[in-house]
Design a protein around this ligand. Structure first.
Ligand code: SAH
Length: 428
C-alpha cells in the first residue's frame, strides 16, 4: 500500500508542481519519506533517515523535508518538535494535499501539518497512473475498522472507506490500456469491500468479476484479506473465474484460539481451517500464504505449538512472520508481556524454519512442471535474463529477450534456488 501511495505522491508532485524524480539527494529541492509504523523498528528508521537528511539541509537551506505515511499520522506535531528539520507532515489520507503543502511551506516559509482523515476525498484529486509495467496495484479501500488488539493501522489510516466501484474499474481500464495485465486490489481488509454503485453496495467478489471482464486484465490478486469477512460469494468465485489467481494471502497470525481471542481476530483456528478447506474444494491446487506474529503477550509454549500445528495443517507457501511489537494506543500494548526476548527470537526461528520447509517443498514439486507465467521485467542479478511470476507469486528467472515483458509465457521450472526458481522458455 505504501508503494502505491508513494507512486501517487510522485505523480501529483510532477503534475502540479513540475517535479522530476532524482536519484541524487544533493540536487533535490524536496525530500519525501513515506513511513510505516506497523512495528517499532520501521518507525525508528524514520528518525535515523531524518538525521541523515538534516545534513543536506545544512548545505541547502531551501531544501524541504516532508514526512508522510503512518509515522507522520501517529506522531503529528511531535514529529517536527522532535525533528525540527521537518517542514511538512502529512498523513496517508492527505497525501493529495502534498503539492499544496509544499507550495505553502516554500512561499510562507512555515511548517505545514495535515494528518486529518477527510473521507475518500483523496481519490478525487489523484491523477490517473502512468505506467510501463505489466503489473499494478489499485487501492480499493482505505483504513480499517477491525481494531485487532496489536495493530496500529485503524489509528493511523482511519476508518474503513470503500472507493466507488466505477472509479476503481475506470482506473483499471486505464491501466489495461497502458499494457497492464495483472492487478493487485489493495486494502487493509479487502473482503469487507462495500463499494458504492448506483445506490447499492457491491462486494469484493462482484468487483473481481467486473475486473475480469476488462480487456487485457488476465490476472487478479487482492491484499490483504481478513478470514472473518471472507464471504461465500468470494469462495464461490474460485470454482470458476480463471483470472482470479490460485493463490490467497490469508493472514492467520496465530493458531491458538486463546491468543486469537486476545488479538481480537474474531475467528478460531477451526473456523480458519474450514474456510481453507472450502476454498481448496473449489480450487484444489490453490496455495496460501499468511502473516504470523510470535511472542504476543502471554503466548505460552502450547499457544506457540498450536501455531506450528496450523502451519503443518495448511502447508503455507512463502509467508511473513514477525516478533510482536507493542504499538501506541493499542490494547495489546497494555497486556502483561511475560515472554522473554530470547524465547521470542527462538520461537521466530523455529516458526520460520517450518515455513521454509513447506514453501521449499511446494517449490520442489513445481520443478519439472510447466507454468503459465507473466514476464515482469529484466532479472535484477543477470541482465541477460528475464523475470516472470507464477500464479503463486514465485519469481522465475529464465533466458530470453526483453520482447516478452508484459506477456504470458509457458515456462518449464527446472530448478529451485534460495530466492527464486529457474526456468526455460517453452512457448511464448
Ligand atoms: N490488515 C492486514 C494486515 C496489515 S499489517 C490484516 O489484518 O491481515 C501486516 C502484518 O503485520 C500483519 O498481518 C501482522 O502479522 C503484522 N503486524 C501488525 N501489527 C503488528 C505488531 N504490533 N507487531 C508485530 N507484527 C505486527
Amino acid at each position: 500500500m505504501n508503494e502505491y501511495d508513494s507512486a501517487k505522491m510522485l505523480d501529483m508532485l510532477s503534475i502540479k508542481e513540475d517535479f522530476v524524480q532524482t536519484e541524487n539527494q544533493e540536487e533535490a529541492d524536496l525530500l519525501v519519506l513515506n513511513t510505516c509504523s506497523i512495528r517499532e523498528k520501521a518507525q525508528e528508521r524514520v528518525f535515523h533517515q531524518i538525521g541523515r537528511w538534516k545534513k543536506l539541509k545544512d548545505n541547502n537551506p531551501d531544501l524541504k523535508i516532508a514526512i508522510g505515511g503512518c509515522v507522520a499520522s501517529q506522531e503529528g506535531a511531535n514529529l517536527s518538535r522532535r525533528a525540527p528539520a521537518v517542514d511538512i507532515v502529512f498523513g496517508p489520507q492527505t497525501l493529495h494535499r502534498l503539492p499544496g503543502m509544499y507550495r505553502d511551506a516554500t512561499e510562507e516559509n512555515k511548517r505545514q501539518l495535515d494528518i486529518s482523515f477527510p473521507k475518500i476525498e483523496k481519490f478525487d484529486h489523484i491523477p490517473d497512473t502512468k505506467t510501463d509495467k505489466p503489473t499494478a496495484f489499485v487501492s480499493i479501500a482505505e483504513g480499517c475498522n477491525k481494531y485487532c488488539s496489536f495493530c496500529v493501522v485503524p489509528h493511523t489510516r482511519g476508518h474503513e472507506v470503500s472507493r466507488p466501484l466505477d472509479d476503481i474499474l475506470d482506473e483499471i481500464k486505464n491501466l489495461a490500456e497502458q499494457g497492464v495485465r495483472e492487478v493487485n486490489l489493495l486494502g487493509q481488509n479487502v473482503n469487507n469491500y462495500k463499494g458504492p454503485h448506483k445506490g447499492e453496495t457491491k462486494s469484493l467478489a462482484y468487483l473481481i468479476e467486473k475486473t475480469a471482464e476488462i480487456d487485457g486484465i488476465d490476472r487478479i490478486r487482492y491484499t490483504t484479506s481478513h478470514p472473518y469477512e471472507f464471504r461465500d460469494d468470494l469462495v464461490d468465485l474460485y470454482a470458476g473465474l480463471p483470472e482470479l489467481v490460485s493463490h490467497v494471502h490469508l493472514p492467520v497470525q496465530s493458531g491458538s484460539d486463546r491468543i486469537l481471542k486476545l488479538m481480537r481476530r474474531r475467528y478460531t483456528a477451526d473456523f480458519y481451517l474450514k474456510l481453507i478447506e472450502r476454498i481448496r474444494k473449489n480450487r484444489p491446487n490453490i496455495s496460501f500464504s499468511s502473516d504470523f506474529i510470535v511472542g504476543f503477550p502471554g503466548e505460552t509454549k502450547q499457544d506457540f505449538q498450536d501455531t506450528l500445528d496450523i502451519i503443518d495443517a495448511v502447508r503455507y507457501d512463502e509467508s511473513f512472520s514477525f516478533i510482536y511489537s507493542p504499538r501506541p494506543n493499542t490494547p495489546a500494548a497494555e497486556m502483561e508481556d511475560n515472554v522473554l526476548e530470547g524465547e521470542k527470537k527462538e520461537r521466530l526461528a523455529i516458526l520460520q524454519q517450518k515455513l521454509n520447509q513447506h514453501s521449499f517443498s511446494i517449490g520442489r514439486k513445481m520443478v519439472g512442471t510447466t507454468k503459465n507465467c507473466l514476464v515482469i521485467g529484466i532479472s535484477k542479478k543477470n541482465p541477460g535474463e528475464m523475470q516472470a511470476r507464477t500464479e503463486n507469486n514465485r519469481v522465475v528467472n529464465f533466458a530470453s529477450s526483453d520482447k516478452l515483458i508484459g506477456k504470458f509465457t509457458e515456462i518449464e521450472i527446472v530448478d529451485q534456488l534460495t530466492n527464486c526458481l529457474r526456468g526455460t522458455l517453452v512457448e511464448a
